[in-house]
Design a protein around this ligand. Structure first.
Ligand SMILES: *Cc1c(COP(=O)(O)O)cnc(C)c1O
Length: 403
């Protein structure tokens, strides 16, 4: 471009050579407009289909790379990424459910999903019932002729019940219902829902998969091209896209997922066993511990544990947990999990149980173990325990145990 002004040169860049450029990094392709070679190509842009490129909202090669990589890990035919894990759950539900349909969801479902179900889905004429996550094949007695989707989340949010997905899926499929699974705790490295009967596998990529507490993203994987097309359609109708920059961060996170999970899991198991011996602790809920509800299913179906688990404190201590957290210096206090930094969150469980009774004292302490040195994390929790003991000394036999 020779005979143009500088104003135009600021916009129209000279071509450069890319031959020989073989970076190991995935390029971050940002785009709203996708340019077409001629007017006819633009006029026929719909023929490019959902996998072609015609507008940036539907994804760029960076998005497609991430989707293909997650699909490969899930053992899925296709995957779509979404702007959050919550969006992955709600979009999967919107793609499947129609007015008059019924949803069955586990009592342990990620609590914001309950709000969506009670609000939007109810307004759209979709009803829902909650079930005991440990129901297994007993789901048969709950399925009605209107049940279109059986949702699972394994292990369940905060209380860690591991669900018998193969048993649930066999019964649901026999009755013509689809099965979705929120696999955020395990990631596809430790459990592959599609290989265990789920039609849809959802991940909060926000958690372990991106892994650095700086990305919000979800993914929806499926083996059924028609189902994938429905998921893509609802994403398109709602005008939803995922930033290529975020995809690039998730792609980087995935490169270390295996080693991060391994390290987090090892430290978490070590801390979980240690916490079991605390006199203030009623119970540690960790799928790899034999007394965790659904442990045998975990041992049968999962390739391992991640680094997030929960602690139930005895009556008298549970009430003081929230205050005593101020003693922590390394563990951050906040929502989410699966990052490099260890994290705790006191979680109320009872308000979110409608199908089962939660009798242990609230709050339950959810712990996401990061990549710090295990000794330092122990020392941090020791400081927390010291405060807990100081603020609460229960009378009677419990007192002797606590001292
Ligand atoms: C965090 C979480 C989500 C939601 O993920 P966001 O990206 O934070 O929206 C969904 N399901 C489970 C089980 C989660 O823990």
């Amino acid at each position: 471009m020779t005979n143009v002004s500088d104003a135009t040169r600021c916009i129209h860049r000279p071509a450069i050579v890319t031959e020989g450029y073989a970076s190991l990094a995935v390029p971050t392709h940002r785009a709203s407009t996708i340019a077409f070679p001629d007017g006819n190509a633009y006029a026929r842009r719909k023929e490019r289909g959902p996998d072609g490129y015609s507008y940036g909202l539907a994804g760029t090669p960076t998005t497609r790379t991430l989707e293909a990589q997650i699909a490969a890990l899930e053992g899925a035919n296709r995957t779509a990424v979404t702007p959050s894990g919550l969006a992955a759950v709600t979009l999967a539900m919107l793609a499947v459910l129609r007015p008059g349909d019924e949803l069955l969801a586990p009592d342990t479902v990620y609590p914001p999903v309950r709000d969506f179900v009670a609000g939007h889905l109810a307004e759209f004429g979709v009803s829902a019932r909650y079930y005991d996550p440990l129901v297994g094949a007993g789901i048969a007695t709950l399925l009605s002729g209107r049940t279109r989707l059986v949702w699972t989340e394994s292990p369940g949010s905060t209380t860690m019940e591991v669900q018998d997905l193969p048993a649930i899926a066999a019964v649901a499929h026999a009755r013509g219902a689809l099965v979705g699974c929120d696999n955020s705790w395990a990631t596809p490295l430790l459990f592959k829902p599609l290989a265990h009967g789920a039609d849809i596998s959802v991940e909060a990529v926000t958690k372990y998969m991106s892994g650095h507490s700086d990305v919000l993203m979800g993914s929806i994987a499926t083996n059924d091209p028609a189902l994938h097309a429905k998921i893509r359609t609802v994403i398109r109708h709602l005008g939803i896209g995922v930033s290529p920059d975020d995809c690039s961060l998730a792609l980087r996170g995935l490169e270390t997922l295996d080693v991060r999970l391994e390290r987090s899991a090892r430290t978490a198991m070590d801390l979980a066993k240690w916490l079991q011996g605390w006199p203030e602790v009623e119970r540690v809920l960790h799928p790899a511990l034999p007394d965790c509800p659904g442990h045998s299913v975990w041992a049968r179906d999962f390739a391992g544990a991640s680094g997030t688990f929960s602690v139930l404190f005895r009556q008298g201590y549970a009430e003081q947990v929230t205050t005593a957290l101020s003693a922590l210096r390394l563990f951050a206090i906040g929502a989410s999990w699966g990052g490099t930094r260890s994290l705790v969150a006191p979680m109320a469980v009872r308000p979110f149980r409608t199908a089962t009774a939660w009798t242990a004292p609230d709050p339950v302490l959810r712990i996401s173990v990061g990549l710090e040195h295990p000794d330092d994390l122990r020392a941090d929790l020791d400081a927390f325990a010291a405060v807990l003991r100081r603020v609460r000394r229960p009378p009677g036999p419990a007192r002797a145990a606590a001292e």
